[in-house]
Design a binder for this molecule. Structure first.
Ligand code: COA
Length: 184
């Protein structure tokens, strides 16, 4: 596999089967595929950014960013949460996840999004610009993150003004608003 052969494309409704296939293979269960399907139907998650990575015509990775809100769902500041990120097993550890994150961040900036959050692996996401312990930066997660894994809730600024803009509790889209999705 040569990285230059990988193409990243924004998804449409026609890609639903490929997205579900990638999520199921990557996680080895149906849970993330179901969450992704629900998020893609959720009005409160809009505007979403959903990208598929292809090797030739084969879908090999998927990343989803959904809208989040600071303090209130009426707040107009555009911020996003990254979840889930999935790369099918035979393509893992070859930089595809990193490519999806970088392309996603570029496109979120073009959309005018100000911040992106993730609850994930503490050794992985900081390599792509995420800062551990977003609560300490002023952005508590939608559900409390236990103290011993607080670094897993991370944030990245998408603007040159960084974190000087508003702070507050992060509210996620309705389809993600369940405590079981917030355990690291
Ligand atoms: C986690 C995942 C998205 C990473 O994508 P990828 O294309 O394999 O990763 P990349 O090639 O960009 O980066 C590889 C690095 O990630 C690390 N990594 C891969 N899976 C990891 C995991 N589960 N936990 C921590 N680090 C992991 C590798 O050790 C490697 O580190 P290195 O650069 O220091 O060698 C992918 O492995 C995957 O889909 N895993 C199963 C689903 C999952 O756990 N998703 C994460 C949701 S937060």
């Amino acid at each position: 596999m040569k990285k230059q052969h990988i193409q990243i494309k924004e998804t449409s409704f026609n890609n639903m089967n490929e997205i579900i296939h990638v999520e199921k293979l990557a996680f080895g269960s149906d849970e993330e595929a179901q969450l992704t399907t629900n998020l893609l139907k959720d009005k409160s998650a809009e505007p979403v950014l959903s990208l598929l990575a292809f090797d030739n015509k084969q879908a090999i990775g998927h990343i989803l960013f959904t809208r989040a809100y600071i303090n209130s769902m009426k707040n107009e500041t555009l911020v996003h949460i990254l979840a889930p990120l999935a790369v099918i097993p035979e393509y893992q550890n070859q930089g595809i996840g990193g490519m999806l994150i970088q392309e996603g961040i570029k496109r979120l900036k073009d959309m005018g999004s100000k911040l992106v959050f993730v609850l994930g692996h503490i050794t992985y996401y900081p390599k792509h610009g995420f800062i551990p312990d977003a609560k300490k930066m002023g952005y508590p997660a939608p559900y409390p993150i236990p103290e011993e894994v607080k670094d897993a809730w991370m944030v990245q600024s998408l603007t040159s003004t960084g974190f000087i803009t508003e702070k507050g509790d992060i509210i996620c889209a309705k389809a993600m608003d369940k405590p079981e999705y917030w355990r690291e």
